[in-house]
Design a protein around this ligand. Structure first.
Ligand code: ADP
Ligand code: MG
Length: 449
């Protein structure tokens, strides 16, 4: 049988076994490009589709192929590099046509995200002071500016900057210096748990033995007495040992109304620097850096349009970029100014259609081809854990439902489970392109249903 003919028949069989939207999404642009020594070579338009088909539909594909041609024992999946969308110039030859899905896992030792480095951090007028202070801290750890207190609005790059300091210290000391990053809400949870389980000592030991403590979004501990107390002691003991403390907050200590006076004065005794909202140049430069990291490009006009339209924090910029790249690199759609504007409006305004929770749950189940019963059931099997967490994320992100409600809806789970799932997916979406695109595909399914 001819390859084309064989593949057409195979697809006809596959189509019967998976849902129509999934078939259209994953296999529409597939081809059988070779067959040799029992190995069939199937090409897919991008890495995302390749991974998905490999993980999810391999059995069905292989089974269907074998029904038609018994000699086939194995399937290899490859990316079809010729299917680069038109109208987009790509730098760097063939390799860049693949979307890169390198997953950046948080380092369990330091809690740092290896993606947040100085290499990927662009310095502009709104953050140059903070950057300079960070550099000075690295040079003279624990001596010059202690604590370093970085504050500023949402999405201006505080987390990126303080984590870059941590990553830099870790690598330049050849992992000798112990760095520990923690979000203040996590710290708060740890303190609460430790008190409940009567083991407050473990917190002390955990944080007092580090060389560099980085605490993010410290404003959350204001007014939480036990946590402030614990943090105060940790702070003092590190400070006395000349260990470096780096803190971020969404505002200056003066404007955290519930912060205890003694902590406030400790914070103010170090170096306080604000990071402002990025100007146009910085927005363009950050967009270009993100594109480089993903080994892809966009037209200059498109970059200019995004940077002009989005004037707030850089987090939004990233969401918009993700969506545009999803259209360009996964769906192979040509990016027009109109499309960019639609995407921006959608992300900035989040139009509320009449979507109900069951539709969201159904859409996630359909996407993963699992049953709703499994999705909202008790099983902790890997196949249902990610879909369930994504359902949780979407119920919160699209419908702004309360955590107790979401927990209840997803199999009578505790609200803390829902919070955890939401945070996990939100955080991972920043670093894991494949997850990002799954979420976008599901959202798209919901919005167009
Ligand atoms: P914040 O903690 O201030 O809310 P983040 O550090 O989470 O902001 O930044 C939001 C996004 O913008 C992240 O993806 C981050 O990598 C990116 N970003 C922010 N500032 C810069 C910068 N100067 N250079 C490159 N990327 C940046
Ligand atoms: Mg942050």
């Amino acid at each position: 049988m001819e390859l084309e003919n064989l593949w057409e028949k195979t697809l006809a069989e596959v189509e019967l076994q998976i849902s129509r939207p999934n078939f259209a999404t994953w296999l529409k642009n597939s081809k059988l490009i070779g067959k040799e020594d029992g190995t069939a070579v199937v090409s897919l338009p991008n890495n995302f589709a390749k991974e998905w088909v490999q993980n999810k539909y391999h059995k069905i594909v292989l089974g269907s192929l074998r029904n038609l041609d018994e000699s086939i024992k194995k399937v290899d999946y490859v990316i079809n590099l010729s299917q680069v969308p038109v109208g987009i110039s790509r730098r760097g030859g063939q390799e860049s046509a693949q979307m890169s899905f390198v997953e950046f896992k948080t380092d369990p030792e330091t809690n740092l995200n290896p993606n947040y480095t100085f290499k990927s951090f662009v310095v502009g007028s709104s953050n140059e002071m903070a950057y300079a202070a960070a550099m000075a801290v690295i040079k003279e750890l624990g001596k010059k500016y202690n604590p370093l207190f970085i504050y500023g609005g949402v999405g201006v790059g505080k987390t990126h900057l303080i984590q870059a300091v941590g990553n830099e210290i870790k690598s330049s000391s050849n992992n000798k210096l112990k760095v520990r990053y923690i979000h203040s809400e996590k710290f708060l949870n740890e303190v609460v748990a430790a008190i409940r389980e009567k083991r407050a000592e473990t917190i002390k030991n955990k944080y007092r033995s580090v060389d560099v403590l980085i605490i993010d979004d410290v404003q959350f501990i204001g007014g939480k007495h036990a946590t402030e107390e614990e943090f105060f002691h940790t702070f003092n003991s590190l400070y006395e040992d000349n260990k470096q403390i780096i803190i971020s907050s969404d505002r200056s200590p003066r404007f955290i109304p519930t912060l205890e006076e003694r902590l406030r004065s400790r914070f103010e005794a170090g170096m306080m620097i604000d990071v402002g909202y990025p100007d146009y140049e910085l927005r363009v430069a950050v967009l270009k850096t993100k594109l480089q990291q993903r080994k892809t490009t966009l037209n200059e006009d498109v970059i200019d349009l995004i940077a002009n339209k989005v004037q707030r924090g850089l987090r939004e910029l990233e969401g918009i970029l993700n969506k545009i790249l999803f259209y360009q690199d996964v769906k192979n759609i040509n990016i027009t100014p109109k499309l960019v504007e639609d995407i921006i409006n959608e992300i900035i305004q989040q139009p509320s259609k009449n979507i109900n929770p069951n539709q969201v749950i159904r859409a996630v189940a359909d996407f993963y081809e699992i049953s709703v019963t499994d999705l909202i059931g008790r099983s902790r099997k890997q196949e249902v854990v990610e879909p369930r967490q994504i359902a949780c994320y979407l119920l919160r992100n699209m419908l702004s439902l309360s955590y107790p409600y979401i927990g209840e809806k997803l199999g009578k789970r505790d609200h803390t489970t829902a919070i955890h799932a939401f945070e996990k997916i939100s955080n991972e979406m920043n670093n894991n392109q494949s997850l990002n695109q799954k979420v976008l595909l599901i959202k798209e399914g919901i919005n167009t249903a």
